[in-house]
Structure formats: structure tokens, C-alpha cells
Design a protein around this ligand. Structure first.
Ligand SMILES: [Fe+2]
Length: 232
């Protein structure tokens, strides 16, 4: 089980506040069966440079006493006008992969925005992963944007979309349609937004069977083991 989206590094953003909280969040994740946590602190390009972000991230990682073989680092990169021109964007990819986790705006996406994502991929080796697709479904409803991004980019969905009774059916439909590439807890703390990958996986197994879980895990392992991914 891979948690592809988490705010588990201490003091980086609105996630874990300190080392103790990070440790508890990691222990909670591992006890649920998570084998790898991708740490994706928010990166807001209007607040700092990628270099400054990486320096902060490096000291956050250094402060953790755990052996870090189960952690990969990346960022949740906020989309902004001009993202395509960023020279340093590749610094923000998820370590040992070519994936860039992008947080899209909470507006109806324009063609120009979607073209910018393609332009990033064309200019670099990066592959765009749309963060928490579930958050945008309602907003993009009257457009073809969701089908478009599912067909053209990698997709991450949050665990709570599978857990909540009201959205569970839609979440499972996305898995069945092969639209979900990664699931993430998007955990920020131990209370309001805790590590919850275990419960999401239990739901998938209960409703779709262990074969679906295994197939999903195989797909993710292929993405991550390969390191460099060129085809979806
Ligand atoms: Fe997040």
C-alpha cells in the first residue's frame, strides 16, 4: 500500500507541526499497512523558490529520527499561470520518479491550463499527476475536463473519497474505470485529517474484492519501480 499524498513532514506547511506529530502520523500509517509514504508538502511558487523549498524540506527530513527507507519526498505543486516557464520545476518531482503532483485551482479549468500541463510534459521528462481529483468533480461537472484529465494525465484520489458513504460509489466507479492511478491520505494531522489509507483499502477490498486491490497495487508498483514512466 502506497500513500501517494501526505503532509507528514514537520513544520513544512499546514500539516504536521513538529517531529513528534510526524512520528505518530507515520506510525499510524505503517500500522494500517502502508509500505511507502510519499511526503508531499505544499509548494506555493508565489511564496518561495523551489531551491528555498528544497532546503526547508531537507532540514525537515533530517529532523526525523526514523530510518527513511519507507519515505519518498516530493511536493504538492500549486498550479499557477506561467508554471510552464518555470526552469526549476523538475526539482519538485517525487524522488526516484518523473511524477509531478499538481494541485489545480478551485475554478473551472480553462483549455489554457490543461495545455500548460501538456507543455510541462513536453518540455521536461515530467509526468503530471493531478492531486485529489475528487475535490474538483463538482466544479468541473458542466465541462469535459474530468474525462480529459483522466485520459491525459495520471490521477490521484484521496482516501476519504472511498471512505465516505456519500461518495464511495463514485470512488469505486473511478477505480473500475481504471481512472485512479494513486490513492493518498492527504493526511495533515492525527485528528481532523488523519492517516486513513487502511480504511480506504478495506472499502475497496470489501466492495470490489481482493483481486481489484492486487491489480491496483501491481499497477502502482510498476509505476514506481520503473522510476521513469513514459506511457500510461
Ligand atoms: Fe494535500
Amino acid at each position: 500500500m502506497i500513500d501517494f499524498h501526505s503532509h507528514i513532514l514537520p513544520g513544512m506547511d499546514d500539516g504536521s507541526k513538529n517531529v513528534a506529530e510526524s512520528m505518530e502520523m507515520m506510525e499510524a500509517s505503517f500500522s494500517q499497512g502502508v509500505e511507502m509514504i510519499v511526503a508531499t508538502p505544499h509548494f506555493y511558487p508565489w511564496l518561495e523558490s523551489p531551491e528555498d523549498f528544497l532546503a526547508r524540506r531537507a532540514s525537515a527530513i533530517k529532523s526525523l529520527p526514523l530510518p527513511l527507507d519507507k519515505i519518498r519526498v516530493g511536493a504538492e505543486v500549486a498550479y499557477y499561470d506561467g508554471i510552464v516557464y518555470s526552469e526549476d520545476i523538475e526539482l519538485l518531482k517525487i524522488s526516484e520518479t518523473d511524477f509531478l503532483l499538481v494541485e489545480m485551482p478551485m475554478t473551472v479549468w480553462t483549455r489554457r491550463m490543461l495545455d500548460s500541463l501538456h507543455a510541462i510534459e513536453n518540455r521536461t521528462r515530467l509526468k503530471v499527476v493531478i492531486a485529489h481529483l475528487d475535490r474538483y468533480l463538482r466544479l468541473q461537472k458542466r465541462t469535459a475536463n474530468i474525462d480529459y484529465v483522466c485520459d491525459n494525465f495520471f490521477i490521484q484520489v484521496n482516501a476519504d473519497y472511498f471512505i465516505n458513504r456519500g461518495t464511495q460509489r463514485k470512488a469505486l466507479k473511478l477505480i473500475n474505470e481504471n481512472s485512479v492511478d494513486f490513492i493518498g491520505s492527504d493526511c495533515h494531522n492525527l485528528t481532523s485529517r488523519p492517516p486513513n489509507m487502511g480504511e480506504a483499502y478495506q472499502t475497496i477490498e470489501k466492495k470490489l474484492g481482493i483481486k481489484s486491490v492486487n491489480a491496483f497495487n501491481d499497477k502502482q508498483n510498476q509505476y514506481l519501480e520503473g522510476g521513469l514512466i513514459y506511457e500510461r
